[in-house]
Design a protein around this ligand. Structure first.
Ligand SMILES: [Zn+2]
Length: 109
Protein backbone atom coordinates (compact mmCIF):
# COMPACT_ATOMS: atom_id res chain seq x y z
CA UNK A 1 0.00 0.00 0.00
CA UNK A 2 1.21 3.50 -0.69
CA UNK A 3 2.47 5.79 2.01
CA UNK A 4 -0.61 8.03 2.33
CA UNK A 5 -2.35 5.06 3.97
CA UNK A 6 -0.02 5.48 6.94
CA UNK A 7 -1.23 9.02 7.50
CA UNK A 8 -4.91 8.16 7.45
CA UNK A 9 -5.01 4.61 8.83
CA UNK A 10 -3.55 2.48 11.59
CA UNK A 11 -2.74 -1.20 11.35
CA UNK A 12 -5.66 -3.09 12.88
CA UNK A 13 -4.30 -6.60 12.39
CA UNK A 14 -1.74 -8.56 10.42
CA UNK A 15 -1.67 -12.12 9.20
CA UNK A 16 1.55 -13.77 8.05
CA UNK A 17 1.07 -15.94 4.98
CA UNK A 18 3.59 -18.75 5.28
CA UNK A 19 4.64 -22.06 3.74
CA UNK A 20 6.04 -25.05 5.62
CA UNK A 21 5.41 -27.67 2.89
CA UNK A 22 3.08 -29.30 5.40
CA UNK A 23 5.65 -29.30 8.16
CA UNK A 24 8.57 -30.34 5.93
CA UNK A 25 10.53 -27.09 6.08
CA UNK A 26 10.79 -24.16 8.44
CA UNK A 27 8.28 -21.34 8.30
CA UNK A 28 8.87 -19.23 5.22
CA UNK A 29 6.91 -16.04 4.89
CA UNK A 30 5.37 -15.46 1.48
CA UNK A 31 3.49 -12.26 2.22
CA UNK A 32 1.61 -10.41 4.93
CA UNK A 33 -2.06 -9.47 4.94
CA UNK A 34 -2.64 -6.15 6.70
CA UNK A 35 -5.96 -4.71 7.77
CA UNK A 36 -5.96 -0.93 8.03
CA UNK A 37 -8.39 1.00 10.18
CA UNK A 38 -9.22 4.60 9.35
CA UNK A 39 -8.13 7.08 12.01
CA UNK A 40 -11.35 9.03 11.52
CA UNK A 41 -14.86 8.18 10.48
CA UNK A 42 -16.71 4.92 10.16
CA UNK A 43 -15.29 3.61 6.93
CA UNK A 44 -14.71 -0.16 6.97
CA UNK A 45 -11.20 -1.49 7.39
CA UNK A 46 -9.19 -1.85 4.23
CA UNK A 47 -6.87 -4.76 3.56
CA UNK A 48 -3.88 -5.40 1.39
CA UNK A 49 -1.09 -7.89 0.85
CA UNK A 50 2.56 -6.94 0.79
CA UNK A 51 4.25 -7.51 -2.55
CA UNK A 52 7.72 -7.61 -0.99
CA UNK A 53 9.64 -10.56 -2.37
CA UNK A 54 6.99 -11.31 -5.00
CA UNK A 55 5.79 -14.61 -3.64
CA UNK A 56 2.26 -14.22 -4.87
CA UNK A 57 0.26 -12.91 -7.78
CA UNK A 58 -3.12 -11.28 -7.68
CA UNK A 59 -5.92 -12.63 -9.81
CA UNK A 60 -6.57 -10.75 -12.99
CA UNK A 61 -9.35 -11.01 -15.49
CA UNK A 62 -8.54 -13.25 -18.43
CA UNK A 63 -9.76 -12.51 -21.96
CA UNK A 64 -12.85 -14.64 -21.38
CA UNK A 65 -13.97 -12.49 -18.47
CA UNK A 66 -13.50 -15.04 -15.72
CA UNK A 67 -11.19 -14.39 -12.81
CA UNK A 68 -7.96 -16.26 -12.27
CA UNK A 69 -7.04 -17.47 -8.79
CA UNK A 70 -4.49 -16.02 -6.44
CA UNK A 71 -1.23 -17.84 -6.82
CA UNK A 72 1.34 -18.31 -4.05
CA UNK A 73 4.75 -19.82 -4.58
CA UNK A 74 7.42 -20.88 -2.17
CA UNK A 75 11.12 -20.57 -3.01
CA UNK A 76 12.04 -23.34 -0.57
CA UNK A 77 9.86 -26.26 -1.68
CA UNK A 78 8.69 -24.86 -5.04
CA UNK A 79 5.11 -25.46 -4.02
CA UNK A 80 2.67 -23.45 -6.10
CA UNK A 81 -0.72 -22.96 -4.49
CA UNK A 82 -3.68 -21.53 -6.34
CA UNK A 83 -6.68 -20.24 -4.45
CA UNK A 84 -9.71 -18.47 -5.83
CA UNK A 85 -10.12 -14.91 -4.57
CA UNK A 86 -13.41 -15.78 -2.86
CA UNK A 87 -11.87 -18.66 -0.97
CA UNK A 88 -8.70 -16.78 -0.18
CA UNK A 89 -10.45 -13.83 1.47
CA UNK A 90 -12.87 -16.12 3.26
CA UNK A 91 -9.86 -17.94 4.75
CA UNK A 92 -8.02 -14.74 5.58
CA UNK A 93 -11.04 -13.10 7.21
CA UNK A 94 -11.74 -16.32 9.10
CA UNK A 95 -8.15 -16.39 10.36
CA UNK A 96 -8.48 -12.79 11.43
CA UNK A 97 -11.70 -13.49 13.31
CA UNK A 98 -10.00 -16.32 15.17
CA UNK A 99 -7.03 -14.04 15.88
CA UNK A 100 -4.63 -16.39 14.09
CA UNK A 101 -1.15 -15.00 13.48
CA UNK A 102 -0.34 -17.01 10.38
CA UNK A 103 -1.91 -18.99 7.59
CA UNK A 104 0.05 -21.87 6.02
CA UNK A 105 -0.79 -22.11 2.32
CA UNK A 106 0.80 -25.56 1.99
CA UNK A 107 -2.33 -27.03 3.60
CA UNK A 108 -4.73 -25.40 1.18
CA UNK A 109 -4.49 -27.68 -1.84
ZN1 LIG B 1 7.37 -24.24 0.95
Amino acid sequence: MSRPMLETHVVAQQLAVICTDRGQHKRTRLTTVTWWRPLKGNEPDQRDMSAVGRHWDAPSANPHGSTLPYEFWCGVCRRNTQVTADRWWRLAEGARTRDMRDLDVSYLD
